[in-house]
Design a protein around this ligand. Structure first.
Ligand SMILES: C[S@@+](CC[C@H](N)C(=O)[O-])C[C@H]1O[C@@H](n2cnc3c(N)ncnc32)[C@H](O)[C@@H]1O
Length: 254
């Protein structure tokens, strides 16, 4: 279950890549944009602001996220519940956009080329996914989850890295597309407050693990994980924490 409040604690930092991706994808003066994994509607809001003449459909599987999107996302968007595993557009789009969603799905080799079938000729597919599987935040999460008394519950929930290299996506799309534009950005994110990296991952990767633990296990696990994160991401002299975060972007043109 997603919690829009926890996710949106870092709304500026989480929405920034959506703005950078939408800017690079270029304008859609009119026509249709699908925002896949729209979450609480923050990425849809970016698309609405940059494309005042376009129709917008936000797709997500989470009831909680879609409720927030309907409350706080752009009023002219339509919201649809759906699973990206099987999603196909009812009406072909000018732009299929997805910010920070497809890292939750496996088998990109099968799933992603299929999206091109939901585009109009000349349409674009714009995707961004975090590339943080090897970052200390995630390495420590997996290590602590695999070692403690909770390992029996948590190990089956640990994922392999679903996000490939730029070369992997280039080879996947180049035979199918007129243009393939791929880039990576390393953000040195500045976070405030106590245990900010823990708070960040609580809104995303940590969620399924904590949901599997009872209260006592959750407290013990989070205590150990927070202490490890404090060592990996020490506070700066001004009390802020730098959280290095790498993301992979691509814009595929038909
Ligand atoms: C990290 S949030 C991204 C939200 C927003 N796009 C943004 O830019 O911040 C990921 C979203 O993907 C959705 N999601 C994950 N797996 C999904 C699936 N299989 N089908 C549909 N939505 C999915 C989640 O419900 C969540 O709202």
């Amino acid at each position: 279950m997603w919690n829009p409040d926890v996710y949106m604690k870092f709304s500026d930092l989480r929405t920034r890549p959506a703005l950078e991706l939408a800017t690079r994808a270029g304008p859609v003066p009119e026509g249709l944009i699908h925002d896949l994994g729209c979450g609480p509607g923050n990425s849809t809001q970016v698309l609405a602001s940059l494309n005042p003449g376009a129709r917008l459909i936000g797709v997500d599987s989470s009831t909680e996220m879609l409720a927030r999107a309907a409350d706080e996302g752009p009023a002219r968007a339509r919201w649809a519940q759906g699973d990206l595993e099987t999603w196909a557009a009812e009406e072909p789009a000018d732009l299929i956009f997805s910010n920070a969603a497809f890292q939750w799905l496996d088998d990109h080799e099968r799933l992603l080329p299929r999206l091109l079938k939901s585009l109009k000729p000349g349409g674009r597919l714009a995707l961004q996914m975090p590339q943080n599987f090897a970052a200390p935040s995630h390495v420590l999460m997996r290590a602590i989850a695999s070692q403690g008394p909770w390992a029996g519950k948590l190990k089956p929930l640990l994922r392999h890295d679903p996000v490939g290299t730029p070369e992997f996506y280039y080879d996947l799309f180049a035979p199918l597309a007129a243009s393939v534009d791929i880039w990576e950005t390393d953000y040195a994110q500045v976070l405030d407050g106590d245990d900010p990296v823990y708070n960040w991952v609580s809104g995303t990767a940590l969620r399924p693990l904590m949901a599997a633990l009872d209260e006592a296990e959750g407290l013990a696990f989070s205590g150990e994980y927070k202490a490890a994160l404090r060592g990996a991401y020490p506070e700066r002299a001004d009390g802020k924490t730098l959280f290095a975060f790498k993301r992979l972007f691509m814009v595929i043109g038909l």
